[in-house]
Design a protein around this ligand. Structure first.
Ligand SMILES: [Zn+2]
Ligand SMILES: [Zn+2]
Length: 213
């Protein structure tokens, strides 16, 4: 059985998810934006083997826990889409811009660049990577199909009743609409959407009631 645990983390309430197999103990963490001690504790309590830290994009509120978690799980790969590498290198600048202290100035190296349509295995299932630029150039969504329930981790690309802002570094309002319409709204209506912030939703709801689309 594959389990998903999602919880908001400091400082901006980014939804962090731990996806793990109870059988093989493999785990992925999506968007370790903060609360790194809590995340490490959760992984250790369940005796999980962290395979990868996955970032839906390189905004600081999705990456601030990366360094500490990676140091505790040195075998886990650190994953990002290459188009967000410049933004990742700018983490200290981003923090300064938002008035946050950033003491972890030395960045952890990205060890795996995610590609569009790439598949990442977990037990007998596979995550699929969708490159969905717009909120940032390297924004990514992750798709997983679990016993009749498709699930989309949409990062800051698609929210319940909203879409990601495009006024920050590398944002593109035309590209985000194209990404959502072409890659996300074409998914099954019943797909559960776990966004980067706020409430979960379904593709059906966003297709019909999202005022930005
Ligand atoms: Zn963001
Ligand atoms: Zn965010």
């Amino acid at each position: 059985m594959i389990q998903i645990e999602t919880f908001p983390v400091y400082p901006l309430g980014c939804n962090c998810s731990i996806i793990y197999s109870q059988t093989t103990k493999e785990a992925y963490v999506i968007d370790p934006g903060g609360n790194e001690k809590e995340i490490i504790e959760k992984l250790n309590q369940k005796q999980l083997v962290l395979k990868a830290l996955i970032h839906t994009h390189a905004h600081f509120d999705h990456c601030l826990g990366t360094k500490t978690i990676s140091q505790n799980f040195p075998l886990a790969s650190v994953c990002l889409h290459k188009a967000d590498l410049e933004l990742y290198k700018m983490l200290p600048v981003q923090c300064k811009f938002f008035g946050l202290p950033y003491n972890n100035l030395e960045l952890i190296e990205i060890t795996h660049f995610l590609q569009d349509e790439e598949e990442l295995p977990i037990h007998e299932k596979k995550f699929k990577v969708f490159h969905t630029p717009g909120h940032t150039p390297g924004s990514i969504c992750f798709y997983l199909e679990l016993e009749n329930q498709p699930i989309l981790f949409s990062g800051d690309t698609l929210f319940a009743g909203g879409i990601g802002r495009t006024d920050l570094w590398g944002g593109d309002s035309h590209a985000i609409l194209k990404s959502i319409k072409k890659r996300l709204l074409t998914l099954d209506d019943e797909t559960l959407v776990i966004p980067g912030h706020g409430q979960f939703t379904k593709i059906y709801n966003e297709k019909h009631y999202n005022p930005f689309l």
